[in-house]
Design a protein around this ligand. Structure first.
Ligand code: IPD
Ligand code: CA
Ligand code: CA
Ligand code: CA
Length: 264
């Protein structure tokens, strides 16, 4: 497949950082794991990958701003473009050798995500999306699942770990949905949860208290695959609120009906 120059830059950066993560996966015991808060792990693998991504993206597009989970915000001279980067989404999975983790790169122009790349180096699955041009997994065009019966749907979710979010609320939401869906999945990497919705593997997904780097690329992926994405209110922006609900238009609507009243 012929990528645009922009997607090429993002894919090359993601693949190089992906090789670094794969090397590090083989040497987990040397990764100097530390805690940013309760159960909030960071390792040398996250930091190394972020530095590589910064170096490559800055070289290809000098002056763009850069927001990364580990290094925070680095201002650029170009105030209208910002990379939003999670160098290792799914650190807990990674540190347990569970091959469900990814590099997530979104590009923001003003307030709009215009391109996204999500790459899982463990299985070499590469998701790309460009605004108005569709979403692809390893060159295969993506389309969200079409199911319109909630009792046939498999829905992904996130559960807050120790020290984060509202545990009671998360359980209430799951309890309310339990009797209505065919199944729940909790995979542990928000960017891939969104990519799975885009790919039609999950019918829907919701999670509260995420960060811009978890969702920037994935939001675009779902939208470009024909899905609907919002915050918990149904018309708010997950990039602003950190809460996300998505699926096809029907599933999105049904999820909102169930989770919105609980969080009021
Ligand atoms: C985490 C993952 C996880 C989600 C957490 C995130 P990290 O990101 O996306 O699925 O439930 O809220 O913080 O810390 O592994 O990059
Ligand atoms: Ca983290
Ligand atoms: Ca993350
Ligand atoms: Ca991360």
């Amino acid at each position: 497949m012929l990528y645009s120059a922009l997607i090429n830059v993002m894919v090359k950066a993601a693949r190089r950082a992906g090789r670094s993560l794969k090397r590090d996966l083989g040497e987990i015991e040397h990764l100097q794991v530390s805690l940013k808060g309760p159960a909030n792990f960071v390792s040398l693998a996250d930091k190394r990958a972020e530095e590589m991504l910064y170096t490559d993206l800055e070289k290809a597009r000098p002056g763009y701003g850069f927001l990364g989970e580990e290094g925070g915000k680095r201002e650029g001279s170009d105030k209208s473009h910002t990379w939003i980067v999670d160098p290792l989404d799914g650190t807990t999975n990674f540190l347990h050798g569970i091959p469900q983790f990814a590099i997530s790169i979104g590009l923001l122009r003003e307030d709009t995500v215009i391109a996204g790349v999500i790459y899982n180096p463990a299985n070499d699955e590469l998701y790309i999306a460009e605004r108005g041009k569709g979403a692809f997994l390893n060159d295969q065009r993506l389309r969200v699942a079409g199911r319109r019966q909630l009792n046939e749907c498999v829905v992904g979710c996130g559960l807050p770990h120790i020290g984060r979010g509202n545990h009671q609320l998360a359980l209430q939401e799951m309890a309310a949905l339990q009797s209505k869906v065919a199944g729940f999945r909790r995979f542990g990497a928000a960017s891939l949860d969104l990519a799975f919705v885009a790919a039609g593997r999950l019918d829907g997904y919701w999670e509260r208290n995420l960060q811009a780097w978890d969702v920037a690329a994935g939001l675009l992926m779902v939208r470009e695959a024909g899905g609907t994405v919002s915050g918990i209110q149904g018309n708010d922006d997950p990039l602003q609120t950190g809460h996300v609900v998505c699926g096809n238009e029907f599933v999105h609507g049904e999820l909102i009906k169930i989770v919105k009243p609980l969080g009021q």
